[in-house]
Write a protein that binds this ligand. Structure first.
Ligand code: HEM
Length: 527
């Protein structure tokens, strides 16, 4: 029996690919059509969306594992009439400002004939998620190009292509799209909408990725332009000090940082938002970035956060999160409906958000634990490789956050407290390595590892100097998480490459720009 899996969000791709070894086919926009038909007065009017993406996992050996996901940009609605399209994009209908995407993600596929299936899944549109059934036909599979070649980019005579058609009928009122008028008793626009998908999908070796520049552009859109500053973690201070290894990490990694002895460090504490002058807030994520300067010219750079897990586990998840976090112009705040739609599309993020919200937040930078969140690999002198995550665990005692937040009265109160502590006496953290066991997720930063995993205290970080971003060398460092010495290597976590690429774009842009003075000035930090 023929079997198919239509998949469109990249998050699902990684999971499905690993679990079922399906062939992944990406929707080819050049030869696909996402159309709809809706009655206006007495006639059905056709329309289509011109910007969509998706992927199909076609597993003939395991037909029951079929699945499909599709993402459609609502602003690409096209009914060949500009005035009508403007109305369709407005809050009367798709409200594209608030709901820029609609998604379909399958939950089950039931084959009803040799080439026909019912694909049941969640459609999220206009901030509402409802189950719909796509009546689907598999229309063929074969080579996508002959010896004469093809005009489709990335395709050649070896590329396999599949064809699909799917239909369903929706009630737009089920999704809260209710605008209507009545003329002499006749409703102008019907409630029922027929959806028709005609899809050609090709098997590509690598999925089309969200580019790092797109991610940084989106951050710039969300936060407004702040030339010269990091595109997130814009507000921060530089620090320096040293790391004293006790030698215990050397059994796990041959990196020279774990040999007994001391190496200098340069670091930076930051708050996660992309606004460099925002008032300190206790619940935004705090960052600690450290560059270990190793004796033979090697470097280890790590950027950690004071949360237990990361909010997303794929680049696409992060991009979706950025879209959902954007301030909606009407309220100058993120739109709750968009965030709900994001959480419905990314259940892993909904779970991670719960863990983050239930994690005890400390009173300040000095008594926060900072976690690598992404997994890495340690390689020891014998060549043994283990998966690891690491944390900087404060020697300063935990105190819960104060309920009284000074806000605008003392915009820098978290940084001021950090500066005062360092001026008072050096601050210390233990570098604790957590060793993963086979089966612990190394490619999913939203998942914690079991609490009983071996932990190795590899030494103590001492921070004894603090400086404004205006004068600190840390301002001009890119704390790229993939700058690693021999003995520490990347893992299969897809976020690591994304981070590295995105940090590079942010760094390249800000280094070329005029620098305004930062919120925490040299007068506040002292020399
Ligand atoms: C796909 C996911 C992520 C993206 C796209 C991203 C992007 C960025 C960017 C663009 C910067 C500014 C870089 C610069 O201009 O130097 C930054 C800084 C930072 N990120 Fe991420 N990040 C991601 C995930 C994470 C994770 C998982 C962590 C921690 C575990 C993290 C911790 C930090 C910290 C601490 C900084 C500030 C570093 C500094 O002070 O220079 N980020 N991030």
């Amino acid at each position: 029996m023929k079997r198919a899996t239509l998949l469109i969000a990249f998050s699902a791709l990684f999971i499905t690919h690993a679990a079922f070894a399906s062939d992944i086919y990406f929707i080819d926009k050049n030869h696909s059509n996402v159309g709809f038909l809706i009655r206006h007065l007495f006639t059905k009017v056709p329309g289509r969306f011109t910007d969509f993406s998706g992927q199909i996992s076609f597993d003939e050996a395991n037909p029951d594992q079929s699945a499909v996901e599709v993402t459609i940009k609502t602003a690409s609605v096209n009914t060949d009439n500009d005035t009508r399209d403007k109305d369709l994009k407005s809050p009367n209908f798709f409200d594209v400002e608030r709901f820029p995407e609609m998604t379909f993600r399958s939950k089950s596929v039931k084959w009803t004939g040799q080439n026909t299936a019912e694909v049941t899944g969640d459609l999220t549109m206009h901030g509402v998620t409802k189950e719909v059934v796509l009546k689907t036909e598999f229309t063929g599979k074969g080579k996508g190009a002959g010896p004469q070649g093809t005009i489709v980019p990335g395709r050649d005579a070896t590329t396999m292509v599949t064809g699909w058609e799917a239909t369903t009928t929706l009630r737009r009122s089920d999704f809260g799209i209710t605008w209507n008028q009545t003329i002499e008793g006749t409703r102008v626009v019907a409630d029922d909408v027929q959806i028709q998908l005609r899809v050609e999908a090709e098997k590509l070796l690598t999925p089309p990725a969200i580019s790092p520049a797109l991610m940084i552009n989106t951050l710039e859109q969300n936060n407004g332009p702040h030339p010269g500053f990091r595109r997130i973690h814009a507000k921060g201070v530089g620090v320096s000090g040293y790391f004293e290894s006790n030698g215990r990490g050397a059994a796990l990694s041959k990196a020279s940082v774990f040999l007994p002895g001391r190496v200098p460090i340069i670091g930076r504490f930051s708050l996660s938002p992309g606004q460099p002058y925002a008032a300190d807030s206790p619940h935004t994520a705090r960052g600690m970035a450290i560059l270990f300067k190793l004796p033979d010219g090697e470097e280890w750079r790590t950027a950690m956060l004071n949360i237990p897990v990361f909010i997303v586990n794929t680049p696409e998840g992060f991009y979706d999160f950025l879209l959902a976090s954007a301030s909606y112009p009407a309220t100058d705040a993120p739109d709750p409906a968009r965030m709900q739609a994001f959480l419905a599309k990314h259940p892993e993020s909904a779970k991670a958000r719960q863990s983050i919200r239930s994690y005890p937040v400390s009173s300040g930078f000095a008594n926060s634990t900072y976690n690598s969140l992404n997994a890495f690999r340690f390689i020891n002198a014998k060549g043994a490789v283990v998966p690891v995550r690491w944390s900087m665990v404060p020697a300063q005692p935990f105190e819960p956050i104060s309920t009284a937040v000074p806000g605008q009265a003392d915009k820098n109160y978290l940084f001021d407290a950090l500066i005062a502590s360092i001026h008072n006496s050096p601050l210390q953290w233990h570098l604790v390595i957590t060793v993963g066991q086979p089966g612990d997720p190394t490619n999913d930063a939203t998942l914690p590892w079991p609490p009983d995993r071996e932990q190795v205290d590899a030494g103590t970080l001492t921070i004894d100097h603090v400086e404004s971003d205006d004068t600190s060398p840390a301002r001009d460092i890119n704390f790229d998480p993939l700058v690693l010495p021999s003995g520490i290597a990347s893992s299969d976590d897809p976020l690591l490459n994304t981070r590295s690429a995105a940090y590079s774009v942010s760094f390249t842009r800000r280094e070329g720009e005029h620098k305004d003075t930062s919120a925490v000035s040299p007068a506040q930090t002292g020399p």
